[in-house]
Write a protein that binds this ligand. Structure first.
Ligand code: NAP
Length: 286
């Protein structure tokens, strides 16, 4: 069997075009969706992520605002900015780029963002909403994976899903979202004994561990759908996922490449959530 490669770039492009049309409609009604991005410190990777997010906003016509703070800024100053943005009617989404410097209390920062503007989906209200199945904003990376599965007409209901990785931003929300699609879900993590005995049962295997080559062909069931969320930079400079792409491609029915799979969907779903937020405001007549 040779797997079909899921093209994340093409799927992301399609969703961005759809977002652009929705933005145009909102603009005609007098609302331009707005995303505020807060960046603290000089982490080069974070600066690149923020740049990509701003570029994606420009591409679909979402107004973006950037607030940069030095790494030694007091937490109170950032909290004050978030509160200001919560009140700003031109801002429909607020994002604080992670990681934050050590002296920050992350949970306090996330709790200060209004749940109605929490387009990253990390506020406790939205996390709780995920558990009961009515979150305001699904977190972007797992939301992107769900969209990729759906746009490729991959059946989720009744399937055995194994999620490798249990982080708050990828693994756990991914598992909850697929459970809500009526899959039978198992979550594995670093302390899971004999990972292969779980992964081999998966009809859909989602891997988000940040470990290159963690998943090799003998751990994958023939015909499985394999979604590789991992992004790892090797010492050679090459960017790879967590899955042995060449080997597993010979066994899986579908597979996502790295780069060009889940990655492009993450930023796209952030824009999608921001547009949805502006539509919600418009519909409520506020
Ligand atoms: P994280 O916070 O470091 O969490 C990694 C998870 O993987 C943890 O739950 C950890 O288990 C588990 N894990 C680590 N080694 C393992 C092993 N050998 N076997 C089984 N499980 C293992 O990372 P994250 O933020 O979720 O990100 C995961 C990967 O996805 C990273 O490569 C990251 O760069 C990538 N990522 C990609 C996108 C995208 O847009 N494509 C977005 C976000 C993240 P414990 O809980 O037991 O420690």
């Amino acid at each position: 069997m040779v797997a079909r490669v899921i093209d994340g770039l093409a799927a992301a492009k399609e969703i961005r075009q759809e977002c652009k049309a929705r933005v145009n409609k909102l603009v005609q009604s007098g609302i331009r969706p707005g995303l505020a991005v807060i960046l603290v410190g000089n982490d080069p990777a974070s600066a690149v992520y923020v740049k990509n997010k701003i570029r994606a906003c420009d591409e679909v016509g979402v107004h973006s605002l950037q607030f940069k703070f030095p790494s030694d800024i007091a937490e109170e100053a950032v909290l004050k900015k978030i509160e200001e943005l919560n009140r700003d009617p031109q801002v429909h989404g607020i994002l604080v780029q992670l990681p934050l410097p050590r002296h920050f209390d992350l949970s306090r920062i996330l709790l200060t963002i209004s749940p109605e503007k929490d387009v990253d989906g990390f506020h406790l209200y939205n996390v709780g909403g995920l558990v009961v199945g009515n979150t305001v904003f699904p977190p972007c990376t797992p939301f992107g994976v769900l969209k990729l599965l759906q746009s490729n007409n991959i059946k989720i209901e009744g399937q055995n899903v194994v999620v490798v990785g249990a982080s708050n931003i990828v693994g756990k929300p991914m598992a909850l979202m697929l459970m809500q699609q009526d899959a039978t879900v198992c979550i594995c993590h670093a302390k899971t004994r004999d990972l292969a005995q779980f992964t081999i049962l998966a009809d859909i295997l989602v891997v988000a561990a940040g470990r290159p080559n963690l998943i090799v062909p003998q751990m994958v069931k023939t015909g499985a759908v394999v979604i590789d969320v991992g992004i790892n930079r090797l010492s050679s400079g090459e960017l790879v996922g967590d899955v042995d792409f060449a080997g597993v491609s010979e066994k899986a029915s579908y597979i996502t490449p790295v780069p060009g799979g889940v990655g492009p969907m993450t930023v796209t779903m952030l824009i999608y959530n921001t547009v949805a937020s502006a539509e919600r405001v418009f519909a409520s007549g506020e």
